[in-house]
Design a protein around this ligand. Structure first.
Ligand code: NAD
Length: 255
């Protein structure tokens, strides 16, 4: 029996690594000895996180760009392959939740933007990274889904649909690639203190959203509590866990 996480020396890509949950995950992977590609729109955030990793003796490289654009996606994969020789772990974490509009108040622009960034972007990166994960005969993908992947009362319509989509993508990947050595899981965070900016426009809030979020959130999590679950799911300790949407929510999913 080995108690090692198996992450030492591995090439790990983390999106949204310039802030919040992604940043905390990048730091934890580096502390396990992994070599980390930090991808984010936020150049300063990604640079600071990478500098923190390097200052602690770790290995990190950044890619700055919008992950909803194919060019950035290709750059992330090329950077991981050229710098670290491949991809062992992909963490699809970047996402936005800036409004909580009910379906009736959701403009086309909000719908398309949220779906593009929260669902299409991780699909594009997963598709581009898969040949490299499969090449090793062993790999792990972890998505940051949401409490909104599990219920309709945790966020607005577009965000809820995007995160239900992330749960579907997680399960599809888990089933399609389990015999090829690639596991796919997701965390479903409850309310977590990060840089995410939610505009609480009361007029745009469905009543159930207010009830669900305010009434059931309990204690807000720390970003590092989410990161710990991401690293666990990517590690050898989770070697037979595949297709799971793991709530990290202090019991909200049990309410
Ligand atoms: P955050 O805003 O602190 O971090 C998100 C990071 O993603 C930012 O650095 C941002 O620049 C980056 N990003 C956003 N869009 C991008 C794009 N198009 N291209 C590249 N980078 C992009 O927020 P967080 O809370 O750490 O969010 C991480 C994930 O957690 C998101 O998917 C979010 O939906 C999910 N989540 C958060 C909570 C919460 O309460 N904070 C709850 C459930 C799920």
């Amino acid at each position: 029996m080995s108690t090692s996480t198996g992450l030492s020396g591995k090439s790990v890509v983390v999106t949204g690594a310039g802030s919040g949950i992604g940043r905390a995950a990048a730091l934890r992977f580096a502390a396990e000895g992994a070599r980390v590609v930090l991808a984010d729109l936020n150049a300063d955030g990604a640079k600071e996180a990478a500098e923190e990793i390097v200052a602690a003796g770790g290995t990190a490289v950044t890619v700055v760009g919008d992950l909803s654009e194919q060019g950035t996606v290709d750059q992330v994969v090329a950077t991981a392959v050229d710098t670290f020789g491949g991809i062992d772990v992909l963490v699809n974490n970047a996402g936005i939740m800036d409004r909580m509009s009910a379906a009736g108040e959701t403009e086309d622009d909000e719908w398309e933007r949220v779906l593009r960034i929260n669902l299409t972007a991780p699909f594009l990166l997963t598709r581009a990274a898969l040949p490299h994960l499969l090449a090793n005969g062993k790999g792990a993908i972890v998505f940051t889904a949401s409490e909104a992947s599990l219920r309709g009362s945790a966020a607005g319509a577009a965000y809820t649909v995007s995160k239900h989509g992330v749960a579907g993508l997680t399960k599809s990947l888990a089933v399609m690639y389990r015999d090829k050595g690639v596991r796919t899981n997701a965390i479903a965070p409850g309310g977590t203190v990060t840089g995410i900016q939610v505009q609480l426009d009361q007029d745009a809030l469905g009543p159930s959203v207010i009830m669900g979020y305010r009434g059931n959130i309990g204690r807000a999590a720390d970003a590092d509590e989410q990161a710990a679950a991401i690293v666990f799911l990517a590690s050898d300790a989770a070697s037979n866990i595949n297709g799971v949407i793991l709530p990290v929510d202090n019991g909200w999913a049990a309410v």
